[in-house]
Design a protein around this ligand. Structure first.
Ligand code: DAH
Length: 354
């Protein structure tokens, strides 16, 4: 027994990790371990011998178990010390510069505008940016030879020579979403459609890709009066002024009859826009009563239903509201510009509780 004790105490003290400690435990006090084998020998002894050897063996077993536990604790302390030694952190280092993204003004204004119209019961609709010329033009009462097709500086998708299928275009406006929504949902309907549109044009106020917001409301008895109320409500909320004055100027769009361009009373005070006062008028959108042919193209009976539509430039609204002079900067991805004009992630003033 003394030999066994000496042997295992030496081995335990030399163990360098938990696995070899576990192997030792099995070797000593496991079912077939050396101590257990000795225990079995007890059966062959006389009663007197057993009375002496039994308790001694049990005591040895306890001693070895205790030595194993002590060594295990020591090993894990050492492992922790080692980790603490390598995983250190110099808390006196200066903090890193904060790098936080901002919400692009176009995303911000799209959110604001969407929230305002959502309050008035408009749902958000979408359509593809690569559009058939039927949705982009024909269905909107813009036939093949209509001057609007060239006025809009349309981008046509490439077709192989000899491919005579009708062309696809990058949509020049969000108005084709009117047709798609009518086809999908029928009447009555109340939707807005924000999204990207494309035209071959580039200067301080035009970029080849820009953003529009389309609106469409169809019911049995909607009139220009409803259109006017809607747009006034919208301007009040968007420009955050109680007093707004709109001017409806007779105009022409193929997809509306009658058509009106809408101007907003404003003044320019040291280059800064003031809405609702002053002697200037600023054009903000096109609108009108949906043309019967457009209703028919969308599968809606113009004898039964009528409604209004409007379209506005989201980028232009952003420029006006937040005083950004050059549209091209919107798409330069210049971090200094984004930092200056961008918005904090949750800064949406128009998300009202209702
Ligand atoms: N689609 C027109 C454009 O891009 C804007 C527009 C005008 C949309 C009148 C409408 C509308 O829905 O009724 O210039």
């Amino acid at each position: 027994m003394d030999d066994l004790r000496a042997k295992f105490f030496t081995l335990i003290s030399q163990a360098s990790d938990e696995q070899s400690l576990e192997d030792l435990r099995v070797q000593a006090v496991g079912k077939k371990g050396e101590i257990s084998l000795q225990m079995r020998e007890l059966g062959k002894m006389t009663a007197e011998e057993r009375q002496v050897a039994g308790p001694k063996l049990n005591a040895l077993k306890d001693e070895i178990n205790a030595a194993l536990a002590a060594k295990k604790a020591a090993l894990s302390d050492a492992a922790l010390d080692e980790r603490l030694r390598t995983e250190w952190l110099d808390v006196t280092l200066p903090a890193r510069e904060r790098r936080q993204g901002t919400v692009h003004p176009i995303s911000q204004v799209t959110e604001e505008v969407t929230a305002i119209f959502a309050d008035m019961g408009f749902a958000v609709a979408e359509g593809p940016q690569i559009e058939s010329d039927w949705y982009n033009f024909d269905a909107l009462n813009i036939p093949a030879e209509h001057p609007t097709r060239t006025e809009m500086d349309t981008f046509y998708m490439h077709r192989e020579a000899g491919d005579n299928r009708p062309p696809h275009v990058l949509r020049t406006h969000t108005s084709p979403v009117q047709i798609r929504s009518m086809e999908k949902h029928g009447a009555p309907i109340r939707i807005i459609a924000p999204g990207r549109v494309y035209r071959a044009d580039y200067d301080q106020t035009h970029t080849p890709m820009f953003h529009q917001l389309e609106g469409l409301a169809i019911d049995r008895d909607l009139s220009m009066a409803n259109l006017k109320w809607c747009l006034e409500e919208f301007c009040r909320a968007f420009f955050e002024v109680e007093q707004v004055e709109l001017r409806f100027r007779a105009s022409h769009f193929p997809f509306t009859e009658p058509s009106a361009e809408v101007d907003l009373r404003c003044s320019w005070d040291g280059g800064r826009l003031k809405v609702g006062e002053g002697d200037d008028w600023m054009e903000i959108l096109g609108s009108g009563m949906v043309h019967p042919k457009v209703l028919s193209a969308g599968g809606i009976d113009p004898e039964e239903w009528q409604g209004f539509a409007f379209g506005m430039g989201i980028d232009r609204l952003a420029m006006l509201k937040y005083g950004m002079p050059d549209l091209r900067a919107f798409f330069d991805s210049d971090l200094r510009w984004l930092k200056h004009y961008g918005f904090a992630a949750l800064d949406c003033r128009h998300c009202r509780a209702d």
